[in-house]
Design a protein around this ligand. Structure first.
Ligand SMILES: *Cc1c(COP(=O)(O)O)cnc(C)c1O
Length: 451
């Protein structure tokens, strides 16, 4: 075992050292070689050292270098040193984090990390959380809590009686709602298509003036951080309307919630603190390894009602926070370990600096593109940039060539009738030099010059 773990540490170190010089998307021939991992079913045991050597020699070259400083696709983020190392240690522990009795350390780290986050973000002191796989599951868990709370108030126990014959709930979403929230509604029996869609403005924000009448059986889903523009819905006005109507406001804050951690961006998130629940990713902007997200709910009893393993497992009088009573999963890995390690290693100021720096680097990329004569389509308020290189065909050509070139990686999107390239700066590793080098490659490709 000693030799095996020393070997994997050497291999991991070599991988990390290769990151700055690697192409971001793997070369096609390395992706083709992945078939070497297959073949017939292994009929008998093999040496673990050989297994790891094969995995590294064939697997590592076929990775996307999203952990490095020049990956700008989707909203991804890397893994801070303390979080990667904590992940290794937690893997060694192999804890079942579902229950206090199976892992006192995992249960304690959840409470500690949650306490720190409540303070850093400014969430309500009694706010509860489920430590889940990501924002999709967090949206699911939060909306399950919303469904439970609104129906219980209408005299219906949805966990016991299901949805057939239940009082009708209305769900309001913005025109730019993230597909994961719709998927969560689909899984909850609330329906992807039976939503009221409120039109969005030119930045993708739900138009508060177009909000339909709300009532105590309405769930309003708003966004902190549009996945294309980074824009924030007008939460102040929406939450105020919802509060008066006793509607439930759920926030998809997959990456935008982290704006609250940086003093210069905090004003963007502050109005969202009046909501009832918040979904956030930790594997994106907090830069912990995949997978990790949080379902945060103002009144944790609603989350507990929705997620308890059985009706008898839900005992509001119990003083022990049993982790499995807050998540869709029962047995699961100890995700709080890396969240704790991120917060312990960064501290309040380190987190603020990481978030602020991503935003400043996104603005640097956007300025460079504008100065080179290309059209930036959004107000760069956070870490997201949308750029067009002319018509749809030309923009698609640039995106494809940027990805092939390998200096950096940016994805494409459709934005309000425009085909656009999307840039997300979410990794702690990204430096000004990474931005300048990536900008030069994008501009060279867009101008049709060869490298
Ligand atoms: C990424 C993202 C999600 C989905 O998160 P997963 O971690 O992929 O489950 C939901 N909403 C927004 C706004 C996102 O950016």
């Amino acid at each position: 075992m000693n030799e095996l773990l020393a070997d994997v540490a050497r291999r991991a170190t070599a991988y990390l050292e290769s990151v700055p010089g690697r192409r971001v998307a793997p070369a096609p021939e390395n992706v083709s070689r992945l078939e070497l991992l297959g073949g017939p079913v292994p009929e008998g045991p093999s040496d673990p050292a050989d297994v790891i050597r094969l995995l590294d020699e064939v697997g590592s070259p076929a990775t996307v270098t999203s952990t490095g400083g020049r990956y700008f696709g989707f909203v991804i983020g890397g893994a801070l040193p303390a979080t990667l190392a904590a992940n290794w240690l937690a893997g060694t522990w192999d804890q079942n984090a579902g229950y206090t009795v199976t892992s006192p350390v995992a249960a304690a780290l959840e409470e500690i990390a949650l306490g720190w986050l409540r303070e850093i973000i400014g969430l309500p002191a009694q706010c509860g959380a489920g430590f889940v796989t990501g924002a999709t599951t967090a949206n699911f868990a939060c909306l399950a809590a919303a469904r439970s709370a609104l129906l219980r108030r209408a005299g219906w126990n949805v966990e016991e009686s299901g949805l057939f014959g239940a009082p009708v709930l209305t769900v309001v979403v913005g025109g730019e709602v993230h597909v994961s929230a719709l998927k969560a509604l689909a899984m909850l029996g609330l329906g992807r298509a039976r939503v009221t869609k409120v039109p969005a403005d030119d930045q993708g924000r739900m138009r508060a003036d177009a909000l339909p009448p709300l009532d105590e059986r309405t769930i309003v889903c708003i966004q902190a951080g549009n996945v294309n523009t980074g824009a924030f819905d007008r939460a102040g006005e929406i939450c105020e309307r919802a509060r008066r109507a006793e509607a439930w406001v759920h926030v998809d804050g997959a990456f935008g919630l982290w704006a609250a951690a940086a003093p210069g961006r905090r004003h963007l998130f502050e109005p969202f603190l009046a909501a009832d629940s918040w979904a956030v990713d930790c594997h994106k902007w907090l830069n912990v390894p995949y997978d990790s997200g949080l379902a945060l709910v103002r009144d944790p009893s609603h989350l507990q009602q929705a997620m308890a393993l059985s009706a008898s497992a839900y005992l509001p009088s119990t003083f022990i926070r049993e982790p499995a009573n807050y998540t869709p999963e029962a047995s699961r890995r100890a995700r709080a370990v890396e969240i704790w390690a991120a917060l312990r290693s960064l501290g309040r100021s380190g987190l603020a600096e990481m978030v602020e720096r991503s935003c400043e680097l996104a603005a640097r990329f956007a300025d460079g593109l504008s100065q080179a004569g290309f059209q930036v389509l959004n107000d760069v308020v956070l870490n997201q940039v949308l750029v067009s290189f002319g018509d749809a065909e030309e923009t698609r050509r640039v995106i494809a060539e940027v990805q092939r070139d390998g200096t950096c990686w940016c994805g494409g999107t459709e934005w309000q009738g425009h085909t656009a390239m999307r840039i997300s700066v979410s990794c702690y590793q990204t430096t000004e030099e990474d931005i300048d080098r990536s900008l030069a490659a994008v501009v060279r490709i867009a101008r049709g010059q060869t490298g």
